[in-house]
Design a protein around this ligand. Structure first.
Ligand SMILES: Nc1ncnc2c1ncn2[C@@H]1O[C@H](COP(=O)(O)OP(=O)(O)OP(=O)(O)O)[C@@H](O)[C@H]1O
Length: 229
């Protein structure tokens, strides 16, 4: 798990009168769980891109532990992200034609590191998210099952940080609730700091802290419950 410190972040795009994200200071403790919410266009995806290093930050600091990822050149930032961040996206980003297990292992296979222990962990994670057929093709799965495969994949490398961007938005209420349960529980047991961007109040209200963005600014930052052990 890693702690996050943001300082003096300003993200602007040409032709826009105001920055799309402006955060003077934000700290998140290692292992804690943060929900990020706000209306459409308020800067939530930009926030995700900043903290995962997908968006280049020209000024300010984005420190995860002792590493200021804003200072890393692009290749080093990509490697850092691969080693430290597990990403779960709204539309899964899975590969049709591959099985559940092949999808979980793909990032490691691409870097030539899918050894015996990774395969065992892939099997265990699929079991853990309630999928008992690792060889099942992705194409025949329900959307909720696909998101559970994506969650297993995100956790394969024991990421210090798990970031989920609208993980339940394309799921029905029941599948969304199950994915939300697994996300919160597994981030806790795997020891990953968790950031969840979501409009889904059933999900965001279960996280300890809620950051609300409006027009690129922090409109509120509330501790809404004690963090579950
Ligand atoms: N590459 C870009 N160039 C210009 N404007 C951009 C770019 N990326 C984002 N924006 C603008 O920045 C603002 C914030 O966008 P962002 O996607 O972060 O919002 P959001 O809160 O995630 O919205 P949604 O909930 O609709 O996904 C929007 O007005 C968007 O149009």
């Amino acid at each position: 798990m890693l702690a996050l410190k943001l300082e003096n972040i300003t993200i602007s795009f040409p032709g826009l009168a105001a920055p799309v994200l402006r955060i003077e200071r934000l700290a998140l403790a290692a292992g804690s769980q943060l929900a990020v919410t706000g209306p459409s266009g308020s800067g939530k995806s930009t926030f995700v891109n900043v903290v995962t290093g997908l968006e280049r930050v020209a000024q300010g600091r984005v420190c995860w532990g002792d590493t200021d990822i804003a200072k890393l050149p692009e290749g080093a930032r990509d490697r850092w992200r691969g080693q430290n961040i597990g990403l779960v996206m709204q539309d899964f980003h899975l590969f049709p034609g591959l099985s559940a297990l092949e999808n979980v292992l793909l990032p490691l296979r691409l870097s030539g590191r899918a050894g015996k222990s990774a395969i065992e962990r892939g099997h265990a994670l699929l079991q853990r998210v309630g999928l008992s057929r690792p060889d099942q093709a992705i194409d025949g799965m329900s959307r909720g099952e696909m998101q559970r495969v994506a969650l297993a994949r995100a956790l394969l490398r024991r990421p210090a940080v798990l970031v989920a961007d609208e993980p339940t938005a394309s799921l029905d209420a029941e599948s969304g609730a199950l994915v939300g349960d697994l996300l919160i529980e597994l981030a806790g047991t795997e020891g990953s700091t968790l950031i969840v961007v979501s409009h889904d109040t059933a999900l965001t209200s279960r996280l300890a802290r809620r950051l609300t963005l409006a027009a690129g600014r922090v409109a509120s930052d509330e501790q809404i419950r004690a963090q579950a052990a």
